[in-house]
Design a protein around this ligand. Structure first.
Ligand code: IPE
Ligand code: IPE
Ligand code: MG
Length: 238
């Protein structure tokens, strides 16, 4: 096992806000897109590190509902690059026993071709159980709650039947457990609309590391920090 990590207390679900690609590139005098490209290595470090630890769910924030506000060139690059990574690497993920899922809005802004790639990837990996990699694409936490409310109304759920369980069961992936640990890179101390409902009691770890520099060692550091925390869920200390 990994030094300083208790194998009995591995977080079941880790979320990553993969931030800092643009700054990584700008610091090197490169185009921002070069930072996104380098971010692919970091993503697979996070995947491999999670597999090594025995994490069951890993959710990565790839593109937010607000990221459409970026310059058209960067948006186009990000959309195409996400598709490219998915197509190039899904077989490898499948071989590693990873189930791929997606969280986010499938609205008119997401090209049909990408939706098709997503559905193919879901079908290809649906039987895998070693770990679920959820790619949050065109994802916003507020949009997810709005969509859950819309689904409740469409299902004609009466007001008195609406409780936390009912809302949870209408989120994008009702099977997904709440994240135990959420890591945000790049020294930004905010959530930026990631998993708003689900992270009510998540432990948050912020690191100065820019996402393209992120390795499995950074993941292990975050898990060590997580294991040093006292999770109380509103109760009293252990
Ligand atoms: C994260 O890096 C990637 C996405 C948000 C898609 P950024 O592109 O936000 O990089 P910075 O924050 O500008 O450095
Ligand atoms: C959050 O990063 C979204 C993703 C990592 C996909 P942003 O870079 O978009 O967040 P802000 O704008 O700094 O809050
Ligand atoms: Mg950013």
């Amino acid at each position: 096992m990994i030094k300083g990590i208790d194998p009995e207390r591995i977080p079941t679900h880790i979320g990553c806000v993969m931030d800092g690609n643009g700054r990584w590139a700008e610091a090197r005098g490169l185009a921002r897109t070069e930072g996104h490209k380098k971010g692919e290595d970091a993503l697979f470090e996070a995947v491999e590190g999670s597999l090594e630890l025995g994490v069951k769910w890993l959710t990565v924030y790839a593109f937010s509902t607000e990221n459409w506000r970026r310059p058209a060139d960067e948006v186009r690059f990000l959309v195409n690059f996400n598709e490219d990574i998915l197509v190039r690497r899904r077989e490898e993920l499948n071989d590693r026993g990873v189930r791929i899922r997606f969280a986010g809005r499938r609205d008119w802004r997401v090209p049909r071709r990408i939706i098709r790639r997503m559905d193919e990837s879901l079908a290809m990996t649906e039987k895998n159980r070693r770990m679920t990699l959820t790619i949050a694409f065109n994802y916003g936490g507020r949009a997810e709650i709005v969509d859950a409310v819309r689904a409740l109304v469409a299902d004609k759920v009466p007001a008195k039947k609406i409780d936390e369980r009912a809302i949870r069961s209408h989120l994008y992936d009702p099977e997904m457990p709440d994240p135990d640990l959420v890591i945000r890179t790049s020294g930004e101390y905010r959530i930026s609309n990631f998993l708003l409902w689900e992270l009510a009691y998540s432990e948050l770890v912020f690191t100065e590391t820019l996402w393209p520099d992120f390795t499995r060692e950074h993941l292990y550091d975050a898990v060590r920090e997580f294991q040093g925390r006292d999770r109380r869920f509103g109760g009293t200390a252990r």
